[in-house]
Design a protein around this ligand. Structure first.
Ligand code: SAM
Length: 452
């Protein structure tokens, strides 16, 4: 009689929020794969589902409860299904999440991703939910080789966790704790292993990544060391804080050949009054001086930003200062958010007095303004040639990639182009992307195909 073997268990991960959450989910995925699980593309085909949450705005946090509600209904049909919840809402709300949402078997904080496989194992026998929110834990302990990167082209590498800033609106210091940086040697070793596995591009991650400091190495030094990794083609990083842009950092952007000429530098507001209340640590003038320093070093630097509108007390005049600043800088991309009151932040002490409809109007006005500007700027690229690293297969015969300035380019081409850097002639422009073609239909390769 033949011995029947159980099919491997399958996992599904639902991720909300920033690149750091994506990277945490990649760690969870890698650990589950190492534990014998297989990946499922659908929650209803999985044996365990992990929801990685974002707490930065109320709407994002609420998504957890909608997701768990759907999973509870799925559990009614699949009693063996285990549900895990992690990320910033778990860290922020703690065990209170379990009171509000039934059906959770495992709850882990932002520092405890390494525990997820063992918690799922124990949860099969446990009488109630298992909780690990220990802030002393260390997600850096997840070995680099265990991370299951979701893109075969751009690998995220977390170089620091947490944030030491005290922005009045921001919940991140509560969800991620104070800054903790990884040793530069560890970061370089991880990048070396990624390059050896065929990754052409690396993106270094931190909430305030350019505040990095470890063992005497600042962020400029870390960039210099990573840039020197043989075989790496492109180096990016996010998110930078304006208060940590130094001359050494700007020199690095100019001098390091793999560092791409693109910077996400959130300004949040163009009004000094609001910036002061937000405790951002810079004035409008200082922010513009920072941009001038960067552009002095890298004249064609592409910039993007985050803006919050409808901050408590924001007048029409304050809002117009933000619109004017956006025009003055000329961003390539802009993320506009309506202010959302968050637990434990100092902004809670002031009344959230801008009506929701007015916040929505300001978001729409600024987005429309920015879209028109992006359309104009992108149109100027038509007719030029751009070096595109193809990262996405959009459909049969259609791929997309990014220029060194992080502009999206769509083009006709085979799926085999993914991971390759090609020269593309830009033939069209929309507000959010460019279209192009391989010159004369041929493949002019700027780099060899990586081993993926
Ligand atoms: N640490 C980065 C910084 O401060 O520059 C960004 C982190 S945050 C996850 C991403 C963006 O969400 C912020 O830049 C900000 O624009 C927005 N954000 C943060 N808190 C918010 C709040 N309470 N309401 C609305 N938007 C918020």
């Amino acid at each position: 009689m033949s011995q029947e073997t159980n099919p491997p268990r399958r996992f599904f991960i639902h991720t909300f929020g920033c690149q750091m959450n994506v990277n945490d989910s990649e760690k969870v995925a890698g650990l589950l794969l190492a534990d014998g699980y297989e990946r499922s593309e659908r929650a209803d085909e999985a044996d365990v589902v992990f929801v990685n949450t974002c707490a930065v705005r109320e709407k994002a946090a609420e998504k957890l409860y909608h997701a768990v509600g759907r999973l509870r209904r799925l559990k009614a049909r699949k009693p063996g299904l285990l549900v895990g919840v992690g990320g910033c809402v778990a860290q922020l709300q703690g065990a209170a999440v379990l009171d509000r949402a039934r059906g959770i078997d495992v709850l882990v904080g932002t520092h405890n991703v390494a525990q997820v496989p063992s918690l799922f194992r124990r949860a099969r026998e446990a009488a109630g939910p298992l909780v690990d929110l220990d802030r002393r834990a260390d997600s850096f302990l997840v070995p680099a080789s265990a991370v299951a990167h979701s893109s075969p082209v751009r690998a995220y590498v977390t170089v620091m966790e947490g944030c030491n800033h005290v922005c009045s609106f921001c919940v991140v210091p509560r969800t991620r704790g104070p800054e903790v940086c990884r040793p530069a040697d560890d970061v370089v070793a991880e990048v070396e292993s990624l390059v050896a596995r065929g990754y052409p591009e690396v993106m270094l991650l931190g909430q305030t990544v350019n505040a990095y400091e470890h063992g005497g190495a600042d962020f400029a030094e870390l960039l210099r060391r990573v840039d020197a990794v043989p075989g790496l083609q492109r180096l990016r990083f996010t998110t930078s804080h304006p208060g940590h842009v130094t001359a050494r950092f700007a020199d690095g952007l100019r001098d390091l050949p793999r560092v791409c000429p693109y910077l996400h530098l959130p300004v949040q507001s163009g009004s000094d009054r609001i910036l002061g209340q937000m405790r951002r640590g810079y004035t409008r003038r200082q922010y513009l001086q920072t941009i001038a320093l960067l552009r002095h070093c890298v004249p064609d630097l592409a910039l993007s930003s985050d803006v919050i509108v409808g901050y408590p007390g924001e007048s029409e005049e304050d809002f117009q200062s933000t619109v004017a600043l956006v025009d003055e800088v000329g961003y390539e991309g802009l993320f506009v958010f309506a202010y959302s009151a968050r637990p434990g932040t100092t902004a809670l002490r002031v009344r959230d007095d801008v009506p929701e409809a007015e916040k929505r109007r300001r978001v729409a006005v600024l987005n429309a303004h920015q879209q028109r500007a992006q359309q104009r700027r992108n149109a100027a690229h038509v007719g030029r040639r751009e070096e595109v690293l193809v990262d996405t297969v959009v459909g049969p015969g259609r791929v997309a990639g990014r220029t060194r300035h992080f502009r999206i380019v769509h083009l006709a081409g085979p799926a085999s182009l993914r991971g390759r850097t090609v020269e593309v002639e830009i033939t069209g422009a929309g507000p959010n992307s460019l279209t192009g073609k391989l010159p004369n239909g041929s493949l002019t390769e700027a780099s060899p195909a990586p081993i993926l």
